[in-house]
Design a protein around this ligand. Structure first.
Ligand SMILES: [Zn+2]
Length: 425
């Protein structure tokens, strides 16, 4: 069955396309992008007035399966991804058991093949159990389908272990995705260390806990030649250091999350667990730096760090709440609001941040509408007004600070391998 997407504004940075055209998909591949295509018998999607882009890639998602299925499963998380306009997601290894072996990687690949609404690519752990000591079975995980390595959330504190990991990653040509946090500096902290944390009597997580690890790992990337990708960058110093490293032609990239470029600590309602995440919401000065990093091309990807936690876990006093928020369904709308509508970046640049940016790190063979590419397509509106109701989320969890927010623009339909897997009702 073929699918013909009619009359949309096709924005495909990979092939430098930005014009009104039709997109034809058949047998899971893009087979044509041109005005006035016809395909007898094809399913027609009228995209008049909408943007038709390559399928969005979210390189930083927590799917919680295996082990924490009460919070999210590969199926529910992938449906939330589809509803957010994402056609490919990469899932972090902090499951139970940790994805540190080919067995767990294969389990995720197999579950995803049967249950997932979108393409799911596992990220393997750097160390066994993400304990930071012994390297995980990196080569075997790659063979089983892992596309990167990371100990996200439990960063490798031992610099010698991180060096060895980068050497391995380099020889396997895998990127290292780096959650930069000095656990000794951040220990006991619940929010950004600043005026708000002092005012509310909460222990702070200093920007320095991120900065010192970014510095260390940029140095180690230089030493080893490994591709180092800084996850969820949140501080002004970190952006400056990545910019410097990229100017030195180091193989360094970084991503920003929608919450880090649209919210600051001073926007938090006091003691609301739906605003608690790592890295924490930083100062306005940091938020401005992240936005500037995006505008300048230092930050090359938007990733959600979608981190579901079941209701019972977030219904606790602030200090006891786990870190993390869900983000798949609001990412595009937040990016439009914080970056495009206010003129900080072009629509073409926004599409890059969701497609070619993550693709250049993860190398999934996606992120373009060129003929022959997998028929993954994100269809969205820049204008349609809608309100986010977290109680109707596709995710099993509802820990979002954006519940009840009204947005201008968002996903309209999501096409994976030539099939419409989600459509706004
Ligand atoms: Zn992280």
């Amino acid at each position: 069955m073929a699918l013909l997407i009619k009359n949309g504004r096709v924005v495909d940075p990979a092939s430098q396309t930005d014009r009104v055209a039709d997109v034809l998909a058949s047998e899971g591949k893009i087979t044509g992008v041109a005005p006035n295509l016809s395909a007898p018998g094809a399913e027609i999607f009228d995209a008049t007035g909408l943007i038709v882009a390559p399928g969005f890639i979210d390189m930083h998602v927590h799917l919680r399966e295996p082990g924490f299925e009460h919070a999210e499963t590969i199926e529910s998380g992938s449906r939330a991804a589809a509803a957010g306009g994402f056609t490919s997601i990469c899932c972090m290894p902090n499951t139970k058991p940790v994805n540190d072996s080919a067995t767990v990687t294969s389990y995720i690949v197999e579950r995803a093949r049967r249950m997932a609404a979108v393409n799911v690519f596992p990220i393997g752990a750097i160390t066994k159990g993400s304990q930071g000591e012994e390297l995980a079975a990196i080569g075997a995980m790659k063979t089983a389908g892992a596309v990167a390595i990371s100990d996200d959330g439990r960063p490798v504190m031992n610099s010698r272990v991180m060096r060895r990991a980068m050497e391995f990653a380099r020889s396997y040509n895998l990127p290292v995705i780096d959650h930069c946090e000095d656990l000794n500096l951040s220990a006991g902290g619940d929010m950004h260390e600043g005026l708000a944390s002092v005012r509310w009597g909460l222990r702070g997580i200093p920007s320095a806990s991120e900065d010192v690890m970014v510095a260390r790992d940029l140095v180690l990337a230089q030493l080893t030649g490994a591709r180092c990708h800084i996850a969820h960058i949140s501080t002004r110093n970190a952006v400056t250091m990545v910019e410097f490293a990229r100017r030195q032609k180091l193989p360094v990239t970084c991503e920003a999350t929608p919450h880090h470029f649209s919210l600051a600590d001073e926007h938090m309602p006091p003691y609301d667990g739906n605003y608690k995440m790592k890295p924490p919401l930083r100062s306005l000065c940091d938020v401005t730096a992240v936005v500037e990093g995006i505008t300048a091309g230092t930050v090359t990807a938007i990733a959600t760090d979608h981190a579901p936690h079941a209701g019972s876990e977030k219904m606790q006093e602030f200090e006891r709440c786990p870190f993390g928020i869900i983000g798949l369904e609001t990412a595009l709308a937040l990016a439009l609001e914080a970056l495009v509508h206010c003129g900080k970046i072009t629509l073409n640049h926004l599409v890059e941040l969701f497609t070619t940016g993550p693709e250049s790190v993860m190398r999934l063979g996606r992120g373009t509408l060129a003929p022959g590419a997998p028929a993954d397509v994100t269809i969205f509106s820049t204008e349609r007004v809608w309100t986010y109701d977290v109680n109707r989320s596709n995710s099993r969890s509802s820990n979002s600070p954006f519940h009840g927010r009204t947005f201008r623009g968002g996903p309209v339909a999501t096409v994976v391998n030539g099939e419409i897997v989600w459509q706004r009702q």
